[in-house]
Design a protein around this ligand. Structure first.
Ligand code: SF4
Length: 672
């Protein structure tokens, strides 16, 4: 646990080194006085020697009111879960101000978080109650994902593929999960699976692509965000789950892509059943800038750095939180304590748990509810000292008298902010091209099917980069180095043997041609793979690498991007993007580039060379800023109608009807 080590290292740092000056940073909370004071009191439980003398300062405008902080104990977990749900339902719509000067809004589902010491061990009763009441929730980390009826239905698709269930069972599960679109074509969807599981039809193994089957099944059934039964909140949530499942497929397929198909699907079904639920450990963080409007259920560990208007910390059971030291075999059954200086640093201590509890309580901006109910195991029958600590604080009430009748209420509205967005260049490209494709890929997490040529573009790129890096070090390579460069850099793990051979030859040819054409100017390399960051607007950063910066014979400075059309993951660099590079380069070095160039590494490829345009630089900045704003507002619409970008969009079927003439072409490029 990095967090743990960091704290103990920092605390003892001054003692271990000379000449250390300690500067204490005040921590700014946007929390009410009640929450800040409780946080302080928790921190004071840590002996002074192990704690940084952090000055906790209340920087927010939230006022503490009696009833904001409640500590309650229950006779069982079901009553505790029911109370949490009652509270959330009652508080939804309560007027809340995010900033002192801003307008008040009504609290929405996503303003509530429930923090557990262990989601896996304690969250079940609450999940069941929320599901029963139809309260939308997301569980951070993927492990609970596999318990949802939606994912159970999706997993069933792959159980059907290997004959573990029949079509009627599959339909029943999709029906139960309420996933069937009103006009969905079930027969067409099952036909996709039947074709996919005809493992004897003798195509090359890469064609039996799990991700492709998954996406085609959804497409044939007509699953789109707007056809998912329910309201927009549920639709987003379902797409979020389906996207996460797509990621799980990618993780599996990255390793088993080239396994014999029948065996691959068999292993996948087994993996989904036995390993996947645990494979996604609780520490897995979610990708994405915005979460759907839903209550967050997460571990305290994962909640670091975040705040919510209202936070619940339930299941405060002795031996759970603070967690009892782990039994069983561990490092200390092999190495005696005495062999390691300061051995406590290497295991969880009560202080670490207290720090964690401090994290938990300070996630609340205004409302903080801690609670206890006995667990099912004998170990967890008693209240945690953390619960008693809270109950003894004057800021807490130990009885819930409900919300005051006169409490102002407003329409529930989600918080309109996404802290610190950092785009990579390729994310930015998607956002510029089509905001909805960006949403499908990066917010929901859908991945396109693995392409068999994957790795080609990167390998080529890395080979050319080495050429430039060596040139910078004074070692200008000749074109006889091409084979060696490609041999060392090209890895195409998903290619079948004939394709691998073709890709290898194509790469050698490209590198050789590049060296022939540019060998004499290699000594004019200024930078290779230059890391840049562009701070576009407060909280919006673009980070990435410029392939090459070189000086031309004309003495002009050019920013260069390499392109290869055969590159499996199309990185069609637009003029706008090149101007982002130019903005970043100038921010970093203070030097203005004169030109932007695209050097195409393919034989027929087109080279682009254009002057950096001043107005475009400004326009690009505005464009990125707007992109950041639309992301924060979750306004990520589709393109108005089918166009050339849609033809190249890997996820088009999840978005809209594909025109008939395009359909067969898309099937062909998908590998069949
Ligand atoms: S099909 Fe077109 S509109 Fe839909 S996500 Fe893809 S690019 Fe965007």
């Amino acid at each position: 646990d990095v967090y743990k080590r960091q704290v103990s290292n920092i605390v003892t740092f001054a003692g271990r080194y000379t000449g250390v000056r300690q500067v204490t940073l005040a921590e700014n909370f946007r929390s009410s006085e009640g929450v800040v004071e409780v946080g302080k009191s928790v921190a004071e439980r840590i002996p002074a020697g192990s704690r940084l003398p952090k000055a906790m300062v209340r920087a927010g405008h939230q006022a503490w009111e009696r009833g904001d902080l409640i500590a309650r104990d229950f006779t069982d977990a079901e009553h505790e879960a029911a109370w949490i749900c009652d509270r959330i339902t009652a508080m939804r719509g309560l007027a809340f101000k995010d900033t002192e000067d801003g307008d008040a809004r009504g609290l929405s589902w996503s303003d509530f978080a429930v923090l557990f010491r262990s989601v896996a061990k304690d969250a079940d009763p609450l999940v069941a109650e929320m599901r029963r009441r139809g309260i939308p929730y997301v569980v951070k980390g993927l492990n609970r994902l596999f318990d949802s009826p939606e994912i159970t239905a999706v997993v069933a698709v792959f159980r059907y593929m290997v004959d573990r269930i029949d079509e009627a069972d599959l339909w029943a599960l999709w029906h139960l999960a309420d996933l069937l679109p009103a006009d969905g074509d079930w027969q067409a969807a099952v036909a996709v699976l039947d074709e996919g599981r005809d493992f004897a039809r003798g195509e090359r193994w890469g064609v039996y692509n799990i991700q492709r089957i998954y996406l085609e099944f959804l497409a044939a059934l007509g699953v789109r965000e707007e056809t998912v039964p329910g309201d927009p909140v549920r639709r987003e949530l379902v797409f979020y789950q389906l996207g996460k499942f797509s990621q799980a497929i990618s993780d599996f397929e990255a390793i088993y892509f080239n396994t014999e198909p029948a065996q691959k699907y068999e292993s996948f079904a087994g993996w989904l059943e036995h390993q996947a639920p645990d494979y996604y450990a609780e520490s897995d963080s979610d990708v994405g800038y915005a979460t759907p409007d839903a209550v967050t259920l997460t571990t305290v560990h994962q909640a670091k750095g975040m705040q919510w208007p209202a936070v619940f910390v339930p299941c405060l059971r002795k031996n759970r939180f603070p967690s009892k030291r782990q039994g069983g075999l561990g490092l200390f059954h092999v190495i005696p304590d005495t062999a390691i200086a300061d051995s406590d640093r290497y295991r969880g201590t009560v202080e670490d748990e207290t720090r964690l509890f401090y994290v938990a309580v300070t996630r609340a901006q205004k409302y903080l509810f801690v609670s206890f109910s006995p667990g099912s195991n004998r170990m967890f029958q008693n209240r945690s000292p953390f619960f008693d600590h809270c109950a003894s604080q004057q800021w807490f009430s130990t009885r819930d008298t409900g919300l005051p009748a006169e409490a102002p209420r407003l329409e529930p509205q989600t918080r309109q902010e996404t802290p610190n967005v950092t785009f990579s260049f390729s994310e930015l490209k998607y956002l510029f091209e089509c905001p909805y494709q960006f949403k499908l890929r990066f917010l929901y997490g859908f991945n396109p099917p693995l392409h068999e040529a994957l790795g080609y573009g990167k390998g080529l790129h890395d080979a050319i980069s080495e050429v430039h890096k060596r040139a910078l070090a004074g070692d200008v390579v000749g074109n006889d180095a091409a084979e060696d460069l490609v041999r060392r850099h090209l890895h195409t793990p998903y290619a079948y043997p004939a394709l691998r051979e073709t890709l290898y030859e194509a790469a050698v040819k490209s590198v050789r041609r590049y060296l022939n054409e540019h060998g004499s100017t290699l000594d004019r390399t200024v930078h290779s793979e230059k890391q840049i960051q562009v701070h576009v607007a407060p909280g919006v950063t673009v980070a990435g690498r410029i392939d090459l910066v070189r000086r031309l014979d004309t003495d002009e400075l050019a920013i260069v991007d390499f392109k290869s059309t055969a590159r499996a993951q199309d990185e069609d660099v637009t003029r706008d993007q090149l101007h982002v590079y130019a903005v970043g380069y100038e921010e970093l070095t203070g030097e203005r580039a004169d030109l932007v160039e695209v050097l195409n590494l393919d034989e027929e490829g087109k080279t682009i060379r254009e002057e950096v345009e001043e107005p475009l630089l400004a326009a690009v900045r505005t464009q990125i800023q707007d992109a950041g704003d639309s992301l924060r507002k979750n306004q990520l619409p589709r393109l108005p109608s089918w166009d050339a970008k849609c033809s190249k969009c890997d996820l088009a079927e999840l978005c809209r009807d594909v025109p008939a003439p395009e359909q067969s072409a898309r099937r062909a490029t998908s590998g069949r």
